[in-house]
Structure formats: C-alpha cells, structure tokens
Ligand binder design. Structure first.
Ligand SMILES: [Zn+2]
Length: 347
C-alpha cells in the first residue's frame, strides 16, 4: 500500500527528501506504517533500489534498532499517556469520522475531547538538544511526531523555531488525522502528504493480501473504508462481535426495543465494544443507507441524524444503557423507515 506516496516522495532520490513532512488523513489508513517505513529507509545502512522503489535491508543494525524502537538517532513524540493515533478506533472513537459524515447543513461536529493528552512544550524543548547536537551514527536523525495536532500553541511555536533552520541531516515526520487543528504556520513549513481512503477494490485486495477471511470485506463499512483497521480488528479477535453488530444492521426489524436489546447484549458480551463506537456505527449505517436511497435532506432523516449526533456526544456514560440504546434504535429506525425497503434489507 501507499506506493504512490512513496514514489511521490522519493522519486527524485533520498537526497531530495523534504526535511519536514506532514502525513495527513483519517485514522486506519496506514500513516504510521508509512512513517516507520520511511524512518527505516532513512536509517538503513544498506539501502537498495528495486524496480525504482527504495528499500531498506531489514537486517543491518540501523533497521533492527528502528524495528525495536531503540535507535539512538530517532525521537518519538506523542501526547502524554496516549498511544499512537492509529490506535484501535473501537475504543477511541474518531472525531474525524464524525465531521466527515455530517450531512450538508448540519455543520461541523465539535471535536472529541482528548482529555488532557497533549504534546507539551517541555517535550519539544528536549528535541532542541537532539536536533542541534551531532548524531550517534554519524548519519541522519529523525523526529517522529504522532498526533501532531495535540501540540498546544506554545509547543507548536517552539517546534516551528526548530524547523526554521534544522541541520541538513535532521528530518521531521509529523502525523495527524486532524490537519485543521494544526497551527497554520507549522503546516506551511511541512511538505504535505495526503492519505485518502483507498478505492473499495484496493481495500479488498489489501485484505486478501493480508490473509483476511472473505467476510472481512463487510467490515470495511464499519471501519470507514480503512483496511488496516479491519486487519487490526482481526488480529485482536474482534471480528466475530463486529459481524454480529453488522447483522443487526442488515436485519434491524422494526421494533426499537428488540434492536436495543440485541445491542445491549453485544455490549455486555464484548468488553472491547464501546458504546461510542456502536453509536458511530449506527450513524454510518444510517448514512450509508441514506446515500444509497433517499435524499439526505429528507426531514425525517435529518432530524434522526441530529438526534444520533446528540446521542453520540453523550454515549460515554449513559445513566441507563438499555434506555439509551432504545433511544438510539428508535432514531435509527425512524430514519431508515423513510427509505426504500430495499435499503433497509441490504445496507
Ligand atoms: Zn538496513
């Protein structure tokens, strides 16, 4: 995957690689994997070129150190106490998906709060020494910043200073799934490399290449089209519960009480399945049904959509789970009841 971006970046040779890169796109599209591939290439001591593509050797000490995240010439920066942004969206939800799915006129949803997780000024200050003091291996040095949008303004400005005149051998790779929240001046210092959802056929091909079962394809709809997310779900044994969730969308019935009961059951049996994810999935289901059938501006659908959005905001700690699910189910059923029956059965 991402050979296009690889070519785009390295087509003119490693030496012409920009010193500040911003990898931007929705979660689960492989930005982190791409960054790690690039990191390895830059620090590999025996790179090769195969059919026009640069490759790292995978066996030299540079490659091995990167693989074990212990290379002395790499610094990793991410928000305090938070794993990388490519973390499983089952539990984290994703604010990006929310705004991307807004029907026209609803306006941007408020970004999900990250709690206190932020990249702080102290962390950026520590970079200064790393950047301006010589390397351990007399080679390149790299700073990888995941969730770069979590930098507060002070931290972002400090980074900006470093980026103004970095030594020739230092590279910055920033990753974000919320590009709009990044300081503008910082964005303009970086070469932007966009990651978009692969076409469905390509995503399916990726799943096959990664040994996923044929049923995994259906989960792409839950993953917002991001194949890597599906692979991750498979690796962590979540496929079965997600298929069960999809089944409730395929045959929702017309009784919100029963539908809510099925969801409640799923949530109780599967700890990894979170309420917020479920409500987001319901939203996706309703919107894909709508895109396939009725007009998005239909009043019933619009009202149901807004209600679901409200539900999603309060999904973290409902007072009564079953009651809350009933509300979600009735909104969803109300929305799809306005659509052609064919879309109800096969969404
Ligand atoms: Zn190597």
């Amino acid at each position: 995957m991402h050979d296009r971006q690889w070519h785009e970046l390295l087509g003119m040779g490693i030496e012409s690689l920009p010193h500040a890169l911003l990898l931007s796109g929705a979660p689960g599209l492989g930005k982190l994997q791409f960054a790690e591939r690039l990191l390895t290439l830059l620090l590999c001591e025996q790179t090769t070129v195969e059919s026009g593509l640069y490759k790292s050797c995978g066996v030299c000490s540079g490659c091995r150190w990167v693989a074990s995240k212990s290379h002395p010439d790499v610094r990793y920066l991410s928000p305090d106490g938070e794993d990388s942004e490519e973390a499983d969206s089952l539990s984290s939800g994703s604010s990006v998906a929310l705004s991307e799915m807004d029907p026209p006129g609803v306006g941007k949803a408020k970004p999900k709060k990250r709690g206190s997780a932020a990249i702080r000024i102290a962390a950026v200050r520590e970079l200064e020494e790393f950047v301006f003091v010589g390397s351990h291996r007399q080679g390149r040095r790299i700073v990888l910043i995941t969730n770069a949008d979590a930098m507060n303004t002070i931290a972002a400005n400090a980074l900006l200073k470093i980026l103004e005149e970095p030594p020739a051998t230092v590279y910055f790779i920033l990753i974000t799934s919320n590009q709009d929240r990044l300081l503008k001046t910082l964005r303009s210092r970086c070469r932007l490399l966009g990651f978009v959802r692969p076409p469905h056929a390509e995503a399916v091909q990726f799943l096959v290449q990664n040994g996923m079962p044929p049923t995994a394809e259906r989960l792409l709809s839950l993953a917002g089209g991001a194949p890597l997310q599906v692979v991750r779900w498979h690796e962590t044994g979540k496929i079965e519960s997600l298929n069960a969730l999809l089944q409730t969308f395929r045959q929702p019935g017309d009784n919100p009480l029963i539908l809510a009961g099925r969801w409640d059951d799923l949530l109780k049996k599967n700890d990894h399945l979170k309420m917020e994810f479920l409500v987001e999935a319901v939203q996706r289901w309703v919107s894909s049904a709508a895109l396939g059938g009725a007009s998005l501006t239909s009043n019933t659908l619009f009202a149901a959509w807004r209600s679901l959005l409200e539900c999603r905001r309060s999904a973290n700690h409902p007072l009564n789970q079953l009651l809350f699910l009933e509300e979600v189910a009735s909104h969803a059923l109300r929305a799809i009841s306005g659509l052609a029956p064919a879309y109800k059965a096969d969404s």
